[in-house]
Design a protein around this ligand. Sequence first.
Ligand SMILES: Cc1ncc(COP(=O)(O)O)c(C=O)c1O
Length: 373
Amino acid sequence: MISMQVPFLDLKREAAIHRTGLEKALARVMARGWYILGPELEALEQEFAGMLGVPYAAGVASGTDALTLALEASGAVVPGRGEEVVTTALTAAFTALAVWRAGAIPRFVDVDPATLQIDASRIEACVGEKTRAILPVHLYGHACDIVAVLELAQRNHLTVIEDACQAHGSRLEETAVGAFAQASAFSFYPTKNMGAFGDAGMILTRDHDLLLRVRKLRHGGQNRAQHHELLGYCSRLDELQAAVLRCKLPDLEERNEIRRRLAARYDEAFSGLDLLRLPVSRGLLPNRHLYPVRTPRRDELRRFLKECGIETLVHYPVPLPSQPAFRRFVLPGQEFPVAQKAAQELLSLPLYPELQEEELQHVIRAVRRFFKA
Ligand SMILES: Cc1ncc(COP(=O)(O)O)c(C=O)c1O
């Protein structure tokens, strides 16, 4: 097989595409000399909220902070009372860390065996007297069963905050993922479909009071300069990052479409192989943030692809209930067999808009060769 290096992701390629716009944006901020809570952030908030069809947005320092501040500003949890927030066993650890930072205890629910999203049918078994909120994750840029989650939350008088940190531009029945619940959190970590040149995040909401509380909380709890009403955070999305993100926003839809085309090529090439792909549920337009596949021979496949020069990652190798940091939050008798099995089988293949045709073909050939197809 021809030798070729295929990186899992190459952000230099994306920067090269946006270079002129990025240089202009950075020059604009420097000329203005205004670096925190200025016009770039205000414009970004309006543009991002507008694209997702949600009235309000507030930029913060990261996706983790977006989750933490949304939980706190929703009033769902009062820090220190041992209140609980239910979330999925299979996600980035930051989801559950945000619950802890907001002063609550994360409780975990196993995932659906086909979609690997939180298994909505198991949530109610985890709801107890101290449960205040559900934090479902739209994993991999697919969508969890948010309609079922909202229904059972209403039945149980719980707040829902969507973790849409991987789901920029994904849609479910024409509605943007992240536009369903009282509030949602997005991450602009550099590797996301819309990434900053550092950390950044955003809260979207239809609730004006929640927006006002987030605005206070992110800026030290001030209601006006030097007057601190709340015990807030220092969590602002700075002007340089906002300018970078404004430069990328207009291309998001088109870039997601390229990802979908590449994913369709993988789907077609891998059909018939002994390799599980994530099903796309009806009505879902995923942003294809990641392209995870599953096989019990994951480690062998990963080694083989590495020998072929193909870089892969695992999302996620250890379910949260098995992480030392979170084990204490597992309830007696709770088990997570679906997430545990998935964690041993999952492998994410390179998929990003700048992936070249020959690179795509190299990955396809290598995977097919591994399965002797
Ligand atoms: C599902 C999920 N939740 C939360 C986060 C946290 O976002 P950030 O890294 O911007 O704090 C991430 C990204 O790492 C994520 O993928």
